[in-house]
Design a protein around this ligand. Sequence first.
Ligand code: NAD
Ligand code: UDP
Length: 357
Amino acid sequence: MSGGNVQRSRVLQWRAPSGSLSDRGIVRDGSAKRILVTGGAGFLGSHLIEKLLELGHEVVCVDNFSTGSLQNLGGMLLNKRLSVLDHDIVLPLDAGSFDEIYNLACPASPPHYQADPVQTTKTCVIGALNVLEIARASNARILQASTSEVYGDPTVHPQPEIYWGNVNPTGPRACYDEGKRCAESLFFDYARMYGVGIKVARIFNTYGPRMRPDDGRVVSNFVVQALKGEDITIYGSGSQTRSFCYVSDLVEGLMRLMASPEEVTGPVNLGNPGEFTIGELASIVVEMTGSQSQIVYCDLPIDDPRQRRPDITKAKDVLGWLPHVTLKDGLVQTIDYFASAEAATEIPQPLSAASAR
Ligand code: NAD
Ligand code: UDP
């Protein structure tokens, strides 16, 4: 394995789920489930775990803390129904049996997933195999956090689930895009070969509190830069588009998909169809923060998709799901979060900048 992570082969149990549930003061009624969330200490995972705990479930969070942190779990760490394991999902995991599994473990920001692309592919592919084996052994439902990146630089717009995508298989984004595509095929093969109950969500750009200040994705970069009065870094001309979903809407979509009838396997797009150019996003953030920051134009990273917007017809029809939080309302929450966060760290530069704009 890459990255000198040999010590990660040992499962470190940060909070041991020792003793029976009743010994630990946990009362499980008929509806409470034992749920595994991989990547649970990350941005999306920590919001998902918060909701699952609120509903009375017992949650096991598995994370290698490469981009996540215990800080994201905050007060949840006091909850007896939460266990946290420091474990790399590239290695097999023995944490008992589960009713449901959400597989979120994987760095999601381009500078982070490109920092060790071999580990990213291993996380996507070997990690998926490991969690699918747990699902198979447990007879658990399992949801894969797939991504709009499976559509690559799309030639169909907006993107419906039936579009097969336009991915460069050898470029610097391929470790993530192709890794997630391979994970999707493994999920469907486990459903076909072993009858595993799968759910595949294709998540479009999601933002909100608990993103790292140095996450590197556009919303956190622009908000942190604006709050610090630093230059706002638009990559390329800023004419490329993205559609931004607030985290609470996204978590609701994931949970609805998990609860959907067995025959609903997905893939299902989850995202907010409101589409903005990156230039528009920069202007909105500057206006909302009242920042004196200047906008500067930097090289566009290689293979940066020119446009992205989800067709969410399927999510509406099958899950009855719609995002409700507007970009401005979501940005208010996000700006408040970063304004109150302690010392922001440095923002990483994109690893794959092309000279052409
Ligand atoms: P994140 O980087 O905040 O969270 C990822 C978590 O996975 C982190 O806690 C990290 O430490 C953990 N992790 C990474 N590799 C691991 C490994 N090998 N073993 C165990 N843990 C590991 O990113 P996020 O935005 O919360 O994304 C969560 C998931 O959702 C990812 O799978 C990502 O691909 C997917 N997704 C997110 C978005 C988005 O816009 N946020 C969009 C599409 C897909
Ligand atoms: N981007 C930017 N400035 C930044 C960070 C990102 O202009 O500081 C651009 C990036 O080139 C891309 C878009 O914003 O066109 C969204 O980037 P992000 O990394 O958030 O997500 P992804 O490219 O994976 O959709």
